[in-house]
Design a protein around this ligand. Sequence first.
Ligand code: SF4
Length: 267
Amino acid sequence: MDDPLRQQIAAWLEYYRDLGIEEFYHRAPAEHVEMRHSKTANRPGTEPAAVPSTISGSPDSRTPAISPPLSLSLFEAPEPVRGPETLEQIRADLGDCQRCKLAAGRKTIVFGQGDPHAALVFVGEGPGADEDEQGLPFVGRAGQLLNRMIQFVGMKREEVYICNIVKCRPPGNRTPEKDEVDACSPFLFRQLQAIQPRLICCLGAPAMKTLLGIKEGITRVRGQFFDYAGTKAFVAYHPAYILRNPREEKILREDFEKIRDFLKRPR
Ligand code: SF4
């Protein structure tokens, strides 16, 4: 027996052993055994494989006759069940992340918060001191302003999802650096893929650059809709900027009116 075949058989024996099956017999081709097709066989381009319809009828009554699972044919690896990732799976994959230098100064990873199926997702820059302390995004003064704006569009905070382009606090609340964004943003992309919102709102220039690749100044771009991987994305000022420039709050309200109008439209 050649090595690859031996390895395949060993893998199958291991698989059945994990199921608690330890004894096997060889079933000679028998005319009386009714055959039916496995699911695997119905794939285009494959010959229908046949498996016995019963596990009884062993030629040796002392050992059980075992048929492979209906979805499998002998020597074919089980197909993994795949579906959309969940936020829990992504969080588990992130683990106690040390993928970039921000890990050294953080207290907590701020993964994100809100409805895992939210129609509206806000993406900010990174956690600040309050967020780092509590492990939740946008809980400081900027968060309170964001909460008011969420109410302004007719929603509750728990109905949206809020996250950042990096999940650990940059020292002194500085802008995240490229290597930090490069390390962390794949998890953000996966979160957005899992949530599949109707609208993503980039809060501030770093979120805009990370998600949309726009290099122009945010002053020229804010208030406009773009496309992010087939989902509408909108650019607005970061609430922290509005706190530093309160006269711009009128512009923020105008932008959030556009968000409100967008969400009112039928899909
Ligand atoms: S910022 Fe992101 S990539 Fe960097 S350590 Fe924190 S979770 Fe990991």
